[in-house]
Design a protein around this ligand. Sequence first.
Ligand code: ADP
Length: 623
Amino acid sequence: MVQKKEETVAFKAEVSKVLDIVIHSLYSNSEIFLRELISNASDACDKLRYALLTHPGLKHAAGEFKITLIPDSSAKTLTVADNGIGMNKDDLINHLGTIARSGSAEFLKTLTGDKQKDMALIGQFGVGFYASFMVADKVVVKTKKAGDETGWIWESNGADSFTIKEDKNIDYGTSITLYLKKDSLDYAEPIRLRYLVRQYSDYIAVPIVLKADQKEEVINAASALWTRNKTEITPEQYRDFYQAISHAFDDPWMTLHYKAEGVIDYTTLLFIPTKPPFNLFQPDRKSGLQLYANRVFISDDIPDLMPHFLRFVTGVIDTSDLPLNVSREMLQKTPVMAKIKKGIVHRILEELKKRSENKEDYATFWNSFGIVFKEGLYEPIDERKEVSELCRFHTLNNSELVSFSDYVQAMKPEQKNIYYLTGSDLETLKNNPQLEGFKARGIDVLLLTDPIDEFWIQTFNEFEGKQIVSVMHAKDDLEKISPSETETGEPLTKEQTDLLKKIFKKILGSAIGDVQTTERLTKSPIALITPEGQMSLNLERLMKAHGQQIAFNSARILEINPRHPLIKKLAEMAQKNEDSDCLTDTIHLLFDQTLITEGEPIKDPAQFMERMTKLMLSGLTKE
Ligand code: ADP
């Protein structure tokens, strides 16, 4: 038989980079390669089992599904074989030659070259098949896909390329042979393999057979973990299962294992990670949830199995209420899925509520996933109220995270609304002049620093009958609450106010919309706000940062503090001479200063400097 020639294919750039990091930095954790290979083999069996339900005539490997480990200490190899779905040439090139997972390219950009840091990052990423190169100098994959007539041999030393050649004498399924490195020869010892399988892969539902010394022995429990009784499962087993299905290295923050019986029967074993996975914000990211029908794997890529705001939940859902040969189209239509989803969401929220009683513990969850969870405040869901009760915020008056109810309970007797301010950074927000009047009155303010906050705040604007209002639109509410710090001095007269408004408008022209006085400022002379219903300054900045062309918001309102000595001085100057240069310069400087505190660029920095120098000089001359 004529064998086709061998082809050499270069790894995609990102694979070489991952390989390099895997080999050099993850080394202390090298044993996880076995868990990764076994997990792939088990997935391959699941996929074939499902394919046979829909295509019963498909040619495939004989016998019961199993994963075989064949250590050979004299050849210094370990082979991991399965009789699952197998791979064709395209699969080999696409799956073992590139990293197909969404967000990989962006993820790799975050790597720093610092081993310690990168190790933590790559841990979030999950290295899969490539982990083999931590223990092997050379890896040979022999595989034939169910239904195909020919098999393939893939070979690589993990440097920058692999070879691929056709071979008609290969059996259905996949066998992966690792040529072990000198310091990894223990992986060819049965005793080590037995130990590792028990530790990492005991729950794998397919039998794992150790073939050594002419004997075959099943070395895992081979029953799906979620079908076992809760009391028989140790926390370590839950953790190992979580780590294997999520390709993670952290501990689960929450483990939720229960059986629902009623209209729909299902068992579910769900996890919330402690740390966010690297691709949490990738739109095409898979959910991390696997669906089984009576222990037969159906899919790990079912859209809308979980609402978006819970997309960090991973685990398994197994139901007896779906036919085994259920199609993807059917999955989207069947009311069974909608009912399961409802049940699960309800249960997760209930558990979160329990866990939220321990503030410190809950803060761990919130700091990792709050930013995603808040999407539940505007996603079209029935559980909006429950979600809002579980949200936590930084505030002006608290160092700990605060809930809406905590906020409401601490409200001043005369206070009507819940107030918030958005911005990009907590410390800058705390010093924002907009908060001066609130500080003087001891009124708390939610400080919102996630981009997502700009979005939910548009639709979720009431909690237990209290309006959620921007500090900029507090209007006359503040006048009703007297400040604890006494404000110094009398405000401007009506006449002075009108004159100043006119002059500010004349001098600043189209840079501002309107001018009004405010009670919100105590220390600062002026501030800028956006009118209600307009895009906030923070949102405007965010959109610009994302390359959106936004017209300059000319509708901004300039607010003046009628009790501030500088403002009063300006009024006196204006009464004497409306056209004085000094008045004009000071108003320009004030405006530019305000832009700076808002984190905005000033329009003409050179002119700003010129005016500033002039003012300093005149100040110093008087010394
Ligand atoms: P992941 O398992 O996270 O997708 P891997 O790098 O471990 O990432 O594997 C990449 C892909 O290669 C798998 O998704 C699968 O399509 C394919 N693959 C790996 N091992 C096998 C196997 N034993 N049988 C069939 N396909 C496999």
